[in-house]
Design a protein around this ligand. Structure first.
Ligand SMILES: Nc1ncnc2c1ncn2[C@@H]1O[C@H](COP(=O)(O)OP(=O)(O)OP(=O)(O)O)[C@@H](O)[C@H]1O
Length: 432
């Protein structure tokens, strides 16, 4: 066993598949942050006594706080009747088997149990970055990337399922960039293709019917700042060459003008679609793709970072005016679900449950006495319940095809998508 205080240096220890299981213990939060120990086989004890295999100085940790039995790809965590308890996914535990990669809390200390050969270079020490919350390893890795890339003036492409926080990541990149201009967000899927060039590049008075005044576009509003281009896969093919030219030269003309203007901004684009598939289909230009994807960040789905659920759920509950330590039953419900709509769906679930009380999907989160409900609140509740079950039934009938479901429902595709988004029902990657 070795004890060392690494934080940012790479640690790469190859695991012998026939040898005893090897696990790296790494303190992520608490007074001993950065302390790490490589342990091999058998059972090890963590506590403040000097003969523990990982010795901590945290005074909320007991002398012999927890034992860890290494079982290959899993670890049996046993609380040794500690004063402040041992928690996993936010709930107090006596004995629990956890996979490698899990994080357990001992008093104020948060300890990651990692595969010995995990590369640990680039874990951020933050659990909040410009409004984005995360204490899982996946988010700390992402935070470290954001911190590293933010001040560098290159385009960034953020890929990830819907609701994973791509816009939040773009905001964090901007907040840490040191740029003097603003962040301007533009959703390529929200504007009809025919209006999109005008909204993006701006237009001169009289450029088209209804153009009553000279109007700057989104790229000008992002001058000296960041342009966040959401749903970039929806950028119409015919607009892509002009946009690429702006990225390469910083020059463009408003619609209806011949005078060239100059802009300087950092582009952050996001998509939940597979752009390489879009290139193969011919709907996305490879030259633009390569320009956008100088650097790709992946927003991990919530189901791959269950450690974030207690933090996020309590944060959302607080933001809706409730202060609740989540019950173990609520946490078990929340962490057992696969969250196809990711963090947005979690936020909606918390809100729905706090608003609708016992009728909601996660009753353990409901206010204990049941909420008073006036006419407007009751109508809203019935509408929400109706909307959600209608959308689910339509999607099921059309095997997940949102376009077909929207047509059948007699709704505009964009409006149908908005409803799906509100209810956290947007089909994942590859959905239409
Ligand atoms: N890590 C996080 N911490 C706090 N809030 C988050 C986090 N991730 C997402 N959210 C919240 O979840 C909601 C959805 O996030 P966001 O709009 O950034 O996702 P997205 O990936 O851009 O979604 P879409 O692809 O549908 O546009 C927002 O309300 C955002 O504030």
């Amino acid at each position: 066993m070795s004890v060392s205080p690494p934080r940012t240096s790479p640690i790469t220890e190859k695991t012998d598949p026939d040898g005893p299981p090897r696990v790296r213990l790494l303190v992520l939060e608490g007074p001993d942050r950065g302390r790490s120990a490589l342990v091999e086989g058998g059972t090890v004890v963590v506590g403040t006594l000097p003969d523990c295999q990982l010795v901590l100085t945290d005074d909320t940790v007991s002398r012999q706080h927890v034992s860890l039995e290494l079982l290959g790809p899993r670890v049996r965590v046993r609380d040794l009747k500690s004063r402040n308890g041992t928690r996993y996914l936010g709930a107090r535990v006596e004995v629990v088997e956890v996979p490698l990669g899990a994080i357990v809390s001992l008093g104020k200390t948060r300890l990651a149990l990692l595969p010995a050969d995990a590369a640990l270079e680039r874990l951020s020490e933050q659990t909040e970055l410009a409004g984005l919350l995360g204490r899982s390893l996946a988010m700390r890795r992402l935070f470290a990337e954001v911190e590293r890339v933010a001040p560098v003036d290159i385009s960034v492409l953020i890929q990830g399922e819907t609701g994973t926080g791509k816009e939040g990541i773009a905001r964090a990149l901007h907040a840490l960039s040191g740029k003097t201009g603003a962040l301007r967000a533009f959703d390529c899927g929200a504007v009809p293709a025919s209006l999109l060039p005008g909204v993006l590049f701006g237009h001169a008075r009289g450029a088209f019917t209804g153009a009553v005044a000279d109007t700057p576009g989104a790229i000008e509003a992002a001058h000296e700042g960041t342009l966040f281009l959401d749903e970039v896969a929806e950028l119409p093919l015919e607009v892509q060459p002009t946009f690429l030219r702006v990225l390469e030269t910083g020059r463009f003309c408003r619609l209806g003008e011949t005078r060239e203007r100059h802009v300087r901004f950092r582009l952050v684009a996001a998509t939940h679609r597979d752009l390489t598939a879009a290139m193969k289909k011919g709907t996305f230009r490879p030259d633009l793709y390569h320009r956008l994807a100088s650097l790709v960040l992946h927003a991990p789905p919530l189901r791959e970072r269950l450690d974030d659920i207690p933090l996020l759920a309590e944060h959302f509950a607080r933001s809706f005016g409730a202060s609740l330590p989540l019950s173990p039953a609520s946490l078990a419900t929340l962490t057992a679900y696969h969250w196809p709509g990711n963090v947005r769906e979690l936020r909606n679930a918390v809100e729905r449950t706090l608003t609708l009380g016992a009728n909601a999907a996660l009753p353990e989160l409901a206010p204990p006495d049941g909420a008073k409900e006036d006419f407007h609140a009751a109508r809203e509740r019935v509408l929400l319940v109706f909307e959600r079950s209608y959308l689910e039934a339509q999607l099921a009938r059309h095997r997940g095809s949102a376009s077909a479901a929207a047509r059948d429902a007699g709704l505009a595709r964009s409006y149908f998508y908005r409803l799906l988004k509100t209810h956290g029902l947007l089909p994942g990657r590859g959905g239409s």
